[in-house]
Design a protein around this ligand. Structure first.
Ligand code: XMP
Length: 511
């Protein structure tokens, strides 16, 4: 089955990924491509959206792609910079605006009887974020909506299916933004909204069967959502030919190796648990530089995983739980187009090293879609709702060098914190949480004794993608109980602090 596809051309806006997500929420498949790499198979896309940008259309010519294969030939929607771009090159006028145009605004005029604006009325809140403004509409332009400060907030170009909006429909603060995207994509561009998790599972399983045939595939499970969903999907397609390896690096949460392994086995997966804790701890001995710790863990992981893969006779493929944000190529605001591939992807060095063919069944999905696909595969809600956990595990939460004793202390502290969050029904309200073991001893008093022991910092953040994050305002009573429990139960800790830094300028992990 072929799905209708929507092309999003990225001009570097911080919101481009959000456009794709909103479109996907409508059950429509969309792809982001850099503005200067317009796909040659443009006929495969039913509609095109131009994103916003931190740049001005009056500036750098490098950001002026040739849209002649798109404009007038396909339904086209310009958002913010996209709207200005369409005006600037078609007889309109774009100039710096006199008033600040950031944040909330309300539509003060909405043209009646427009399919593009169906269900949207005056007073609807929209989100503005721009410093240039459209002073004059392009040739054949017709005004569709205004706000108090922005007269040309939405327009269309008569004679083509081209629409433009100065505000951002992709952010939640634009209350009718999703409706507007639906009007454009479904009512105007006739895109079929049939990209559902069930359809994805069915089609992907068929594709995997065809692609992999009778070949054997090895996959590294991490206990996280992405690798688990990838494994279940592959298992559905190729059954016993999928060999999963779950490596214990000794830096997992307390009892996690055993409990997750059991859970995987319960799901019918063919999993081998490999306890390589000692190898990892050896490689980390005496090392306190965060990047060197990461590298050492990555190196040992590759060695252990490669050893295991060699035990599988005739294995041909390496499967990975790579997801869309890991592969997306977008435009950096500080320079030309650049890849925003996470440098700390768990198994970064594996594919080249192992000389296996790579299969990545989740490569087109965002995290929330991975969860929806996981649910439609019948994966346990608890597994799907797990907080993200970094590949190097507790190693980057123990500041300084790592010893088995420090790992033990942090595992105990972390377990009290995380179990507490679950008991208090706070776990699902937090995006990620954990504890950091600080390289600081401080004086305390327990009973009649003076102590000189470790300090731990608790961190709980809310976020959507880990790129930005804010600390969570956990109830004082919860913090009080957790702190008491930790100090009373974990030998070696006499002080607990709570991290109240946002990202940026801090990061989520301390190393
Ligand atoms: P930071 O600390 O950069 O973390 O704000 C953002 C997100 O990435 C995770 N993280 C990692 N994940 N390997 C990983 O697989 C790593 O080296 C690594 N460092 C940070 C972090 O837990 C958070 O979810």
């Amino acid at each position: 089955m072929q799905h209708d596809k929507v092309l999003i051309l990225d001009f570097g806006s911080q919101y481009t990924q959000l456009i794709a997500r909103r479109v996907r929420e409508l059950n429509i498949y969309s792809e982001i491509h850099p503005f200067n790499k317009i796909p040659t198979n443009i006929d495969d896309y039913k509609a095109v959206i131009l994103s916003g940008s931190p740049f001005s259309v009056r500036g750098d010519e490098a950001l002026h792609p040739d849209l002649s294969n798109i404009r007038g030939k396909k339904p086209l929607l310009g958002v913010c910079y996209g709207a200005q771009y369409l005006a600037h090159f078609s007889g309109g006028n774009v100039a710096p605006s006199n008033t600040r145009e950031y944040g909330r605004a309300k539509l003060s005029y909405v043209k009646e009887g427009e399919a593009f604006l169906e269900g949207i009325s005056e007073g609807s809140q929209v989100w503005m974020s721009h410093s240039d403004t459209i002073k004059e509409l392009p040739t054949n332009g017709e005004l569709l909506a205004s706000t108090h400060d922005v007269e040309n907030a939405a327009y269309k170009i008569n004679g083509e299916s081209t629409f433009a909006i100065q505000f951002h429909p992709e952010v939640y603060h634009s209350t009718d933004g999703k409706q507007l995207l639906e009007n454009f994509l479904v009512n105007i561009a006739n895109v079929k909204p049939d990209w559902t998790p069930n359809a994805f599972v069915e089609e992907t399983v068929e594709e995997l069967k065809k692609k992999l045939g009778n070949d054997k595939v090895v996959l590294g499970l991490s206990g996280g959502v992405d690798s688990s969903v990838a494994a279940v999907l592959l298992h559905k397609a190729i059954g016993k030919n999928l060999y999963c390896v779950f490596v214990n690096n000794g830096l997992l949460r307390k009892n996690e190796f055993e409990s997750v392994l059991k859970q995987y086995e319960g799901m019918g997966l063919n999993v081998k648990g490999v306890d390589a804790s000692a190898r990892f701890l050896d490689a980390l001995a005496g090392e306190s530089d965060p990047e060197k710790k990461r590298k050492a863990i990555g190196r040992v992981f590759i060695e252990v995983f490669d050893d295991e893969a060699h035990l599988i006779e005739d294995v041909k493929w390496l499967a990975q739980g790579t997801i869309y944000p890991d592969v997306i190529e977008s435009v950096s605001a500080t320079g030309g187009p650049s890849a925003t591939i996470k440098s700390h992807h768990n198994v970064g060095g594996l594919p080249d090293f192992m000389k296996l063919k790579v299969v990545e069944p989740l490569k087109a999905l965002f995290k929330d879609e991975v969860r929806r696909v996981g649910a439609s595969l019948g994966i346990d809600a608890e597994l799907l709702g797990r907080h993200p956990f970094p590949g190097p595990g507790l190693a980057i939460r123990i500041l300084g060098d790592i010893t088995a004793e420090k790992v033990r202390i942090l595992q105990e502290v972390d377990a009290i914190f995380i179990n507490g969050l679950k008991e208090w029904n706070l776990y699902d309200k937090v995006w990620q949480a954990g504890a950091m073991l600080l390289p600081v001893n401080s004086v305390g008093v327990m009973g009649d004794e003076r102590t000189y022991e470790k300090c731990v910092a608790l961190r709980a953040v809310e976020s959507t993608d880990g790129m930005t994050a804010d600390w969570v305002n956990l109830p004082y009573e919860f913090l009080q109980k957790t702190s008491n429990d930790i100090i009373n139960k974990v030998k070696g800790v006499n002080r607990v602090v709570y991290d109240i830094s946002s990202k940026p300028p801090a990061t989520i992990e301390w190393e």
